[in-house]
Design a binder for this molecule. Structure first.
Ligand code: HEC
Length: 256
């Protein structure tokens, strides 16, 4: 223990020495807190830091699909696949089970309006689990965890809300029709054919069709509450209410 820390260097009698020591400790504590407070307040605010990190990611080196490359001999980023490469889906079609034409098209025949009524592959627990997981990733952001239409993106889709997937109209849609909606998109809904393999799309449809019988959890309840409140907002807006003003300043309602 140094003499500094003991407060001994000032000498004096026991009690006095103790208080002097204490007051030095207090000064050190105040000093350290001041330094820490300054250090914290010198950091840029969180949103500036986020913006900077995002910029850094955006501007990092990268290859664009059709761009030039100095790495490959032919000078192009995109390379031809090795000889005899086949699409993964062809492989599934050849080996796993005899797949009907609807598997990749959603149609039972070559006729474009001949939507398959049922899921064209065996529905088992694995497919159901895949569907539940993929629905949560790809569909719930808009249609909500329970399919009610209150996903986190829904409040931003002001001119066309993601519809509830639990209505009789959606229930009556043929499986192949939903397959086509997922594959190509629909109105304001983006296409997912490029992201989700046919198996995954059919899995999602299996899950969509089971939405009404799923046990409610907290996320689904939040979805249903949000969907109801969006529905109310939209009706108010349709009736000519200044919804923006009302939601920006909820106290207005109390004062009236
Ligand atoms: C970015 C938001 C968004 C995502 C993500 C999204 N949808 Fe949609 N979806 C919409 C909107 C908006 C509509 C209504 C489109 C319109 O009427 O213009 C819609 C419509 C639909 C319809 C109704 C089509 C009809 O015939 O009325 C179905 C079924 C559907 N979506 C299923 C899905 C499934 C399954 C997924 C996940 C693979 C999904 N959606 C992902 C926004 C989304």
């Amino acid at each position: 223990m140094t003499r500094w820390a003991m407060g001994e260097w000032r000498g004096g009698r026991g009690a006095e020495r103790w208080t002097r020591g204490a007051s030095w400790n207090a000064r050190i504590i105040v000093g350290l807190s001041w330094m820490m407070a300054t250090a914290i307040s010198c950091r840029p605010p969180a949103d500036t830091r986020e913006a900077r990190d995002f910029e850094r990611m955006r501007e990092q080196q990268r290859y664009d699909a059709y761009g030039p490359s100095r790495f490959f001999n032919n000078g192009a980023v995109m390379q031809a696949p090795p000889a005899h490469t086949i699409p993964r889906e062809t492989r599934v079609a050849e080996s796993a089970f005899p797949l009907p034409i609807a598997f990749t098209t959603g149609r039972s025949s070559g006729d474009t309006s001949d939507y398959a009524t049922e899921i064209p592959i065996p529905v088992d627990d694995r497919l159901r689990a895949l569907g539940a997981k993929q629905f949560e990733i790809s569909c719930a952001p808009c249609h909500g965890a329970g399919g009610f239409g209150g996903g986190p993106i829904a409040p931003n889709l002001v001119d066309r809300r993601p519809p509830s997937l639990l209505t009789p109209a959606i229930g009556a849609l043929r499986a192949g029709m939903i397959f086509t909606v997922i594959t190509n998109g629909f109105g304001r809904m983006p296409p997912y054919g490029w992201q989700l393999s046919p198996v995954t799309r059919w899995a999602v449809i299996t899950y969509v069709r089971s939405l009404a019988s799923q046990p409610m959890n907290a996320a689904m309840r939040a979805d249903s509450v949000e969907a109801a409140s969006l529905h109310r907002l939209d009706s108010l807006r349709a009736a000519g209410a200044n919804v923006e003003e009302m939601t920006r300043n909820p106290e207005n309602e109390l004062r009236r």
